[in-house]
Write a protein that binds this ligand. Structure first.
Ligand code: GUN
Length: 295
């Protein structure tokens, strides 16, 4: 079994991007600028946004942050997004999810200009992904694909079972794994909450992408020997023995499943750190106008 070290791969890729950014700026390019919007007081969201801003500073981007309390109206949020869309200095805009229940995630996503949608959530960017056009690949599917590429994991002709069909992970990951490219060319099955006899599928899988949001869902009896397991889950479980008061658990029963695998990602330190690389990559692409050549 080989442990996929997302932390060290992400550090290496971050250095590469940093070099690309300095080359771009040295050749007269504009400093990439990522803008984040954070609504409310969700602890995990604060941590994620702070990490994204820190990455921007470390890598030579400009960053800005708009913060709103959880009572902010949808109208105010949408008008702020429209202002940012029109600001030529800002290359990428993300609105951290989840949002309070009175705000429509769909309306927010669709208000962000597709050319600044570095999260890759806008329907136009998802549509481009699904027909193989250049696009912003969203952070988590990007991280999954890059890890497979880095480790040279064979995917062509393999059976990839994706657990979960969310817009931000399961669905785009399934599209990427089935496209005619590397990593890709896999035969893909998507399992979800209505799938019957789920282990019938996971037992046939050469690659399992677990993005179902249920801690330690994937058990040893559901995995055949030699499988590649990518664990996208990340749930905070109360743990008074930890300084933070919690520990992080994935969607895979790691202790029992890992000995069966050819490769497996740990949680934390697997897919998680790679997601931040996706966002930086997309913001640099936006600054260089690589996806949408005319804004
Ligand atoms: N919440 C959890 N993951 C993400 C992400 O990739 N982007 C945004 N905007 N919010 C998230």
């Amino acid at each position: 079994m080989e442990l996929i070290d997302g932390k060290s791969v992400s550090e290496e890729l971050k250095k590469n991007i940093q070099q690309e950014v300095s080359n771009w700026i040295a050749s007269g390019g504009k400093k990439p600028h990522l803008c984040a919007i954070l609504v409310g007081d969700d602890g995990a969201s604060h941590t994620y946004v702070a990490a994204k801003i820190k990455d921007c500073e470390a890598i030579g981007f400009t960053s800005s942050l708009f913060r709103f309390d959880s009572q902010v109206t949808e109208e105010k949020l949408l008008s702020t997004i429209i202002e940012i869309n029109q600001n030529p200095d800002i290359d990428g805009l993300i609105v951290q999810l989840p949002l309070p229940g009175h705000i429509s995630v769909d309306r927010v996503t669709q208000t962000i200009a597709p050319e600044k949608d570095v999260d890759g959530f806008h329907p136009q960017n998802v549509g481009r992904l699904s027909i193989g056009l250049p696009t912003y690949v969203s952070a988590t599917p990007f991280g999954i694909i890059k890890l497979m590429e880095y480790y040279g994991i064979e995917t062509a002709g393999k059976h990839c079972v994706v657990l979960g069909r969310s817009n931000i992970v399961g669905t785009p990951a399934s599209i990427l794994m089935s496209r005619n490219a590397y990593p890709g060319n896999a035969t893909v099955t998507i399992c979800h909450s209505k799938t019957k006899d789920l282990e019938k599928y996971t037992l046939q899988a050469d690659i399992i992408i677990a993005a179902i949001g249920i801690p330690e869902f994937l058990k040893a009896h559901m995995v055949k020997p030699g499988t590649v397991v990518i664990d996208v889950g990340i749930t905070r479980i109360e743990d008074s023995s930890k300084k933070a008061g919690f520990r992080l658990v994935g969607d895979v029963d790691f202790a029992a499943v890992a000995p069966l695998c050819s490769y497996i990602t740990p949680v934390p330190g697997g897919v998680g750190p790679m997601t931040r690389i996706g966002l930086l990559t997309n913001t640099l692409k936006s600054a260089r106008k690589e996806i949408y050549t005319t804004n």
